[in-house]
Write a protein that binds this ligand. Structure first.
Ligand SMILES: [Zn+2]
Length: 299
């Protein structure tokens, strides 16, 4: 049974809502949504020790949230499925199916590409780039991007993201896509690069959501913290490329889910002493809906 989302604030013994920075490790805390007992988890590291993960709060062992508490997966799925509810029901980003699963309609993105099929394609890199930018920057895609990034955020905040995998159904260009190929969170750097280079991915070119933390601002892009692929001295370095007005909306040293067509360079780059290698991956961000902060209320 899923235990709910990581939390960053809770009620103290006097019933006041306190931020995690004020929550003492041994204080009696309860869920602000339903009153279930909460415990404190100390900070730890990911990315081969390179990325510090902030402390958080979680359900105390042996407890559950109430069914309607906002920190449950069900409540979050209901919330996300309300995005785009002005869109015709057959085209909504996320909808509940008769089998209890939710369908994420990513194919809408592919359909938009088909609508631009009259544009010249193949061979001309510039016109392909322009077409991609035209499709991805359109307002019509915003609810789909927001929903996909929001799902990735829930998966990252859940202690067991396999429960998301069982609840989401996705097809892209007539092929089913497993949730594990749509979302890459903490500790998945090696698997991610292998997948981005696979024929399966380069043929379907479906969008992917990643957890990244911007580190340095550079000309035209943000370089994110590297994550080591399973301690084999290969570091995966994500880059977010975008227009300045979008890059300025991303803070350094803050975690984001970034949804888009991620691309991996075909070969690793070795350091001059040959001891370590780097795999560069990048995404073009064309609108704000493609990213969301992991923690909405950063404390
Ligand atoms: Zn609760």
């Amino acid at each position: 049974m899923a235990k709910g989302l990581k939390m960053y604030r809770a009620r103290n013994a006097s019933g006041e809502i306190v931020a995690i920075s004020q929550a003492m490790a041994n204080q009696s805390l309860s869920c602000e949504g339903c009153g279930a007992p909460i415990s404190y988890v100390s900070p730890y590291s990911r990315g081969g020790g390179k990325i510090k993960v902030a402390h958080h709060l979680r359900l105390a062992k042996g407890n559950d949230h109430n069914d309607d508490c906002k920190y449950t997966l069900e409540a979050q799925l209901r919330y996300l499925s309300a995005i785009g509810n002005d869109i015709d029901v057959s085209r909504r980003p996320l909808s509940l199916l008769a089998n209890g699963k939710y369908r994420l309609r990513l194919n809408i993105i592919h359909d938009r590409f088909k609508e631009f099929a009259h544009s010249p394609r193949g061979g001309d890199l510039e016109s392909n780039r322009a077409r991609t930018a035209q499709v991805w920057s359109g307002d019509m895609l915003a609810p789909y991007c927001r929903t996909a990034a929001g799902l990735a955020r829930i998966a990252e905040l859940l202690e067991d993201d396999f429960v998301v995998r069982r609840r989401i159904e996705v097809t892209y260009r007539a092929s089913p896509i497993d949730w594990s190929h749509l979302y890459f969170g903490e500790g998945n750097a090696g698997r991610l690069v292998r997948y981005l280079r696979s024929a399966r991915y380069t043929k379907s070119w479906h969008p992917v959501a990643l957890l990244v933390r911007p580190k340095i601002r550079k000309e035209g892009h943000l370089q994110c913290y590297a994550e080591e692929a399973k301690h084999n001295a290969i570091y995966v370095v994500p880059r977010i490329c975008a227009q300045p007005h979008l890059l300025s909306q991303l803070d350094l040293d803050r975690d984001y889910l970034v949804f888009g067509q991620w691309f991996a360079s075909s070969e690793s780059r070795r350091s001059s002493d040959g001891k370590v290698a780097f795999d560069n991956i990048q995404v073009e961000v064309h609108q704000k809906a493609q990213f969301c902060p992991l923690l909405e209320n950063w404390v």
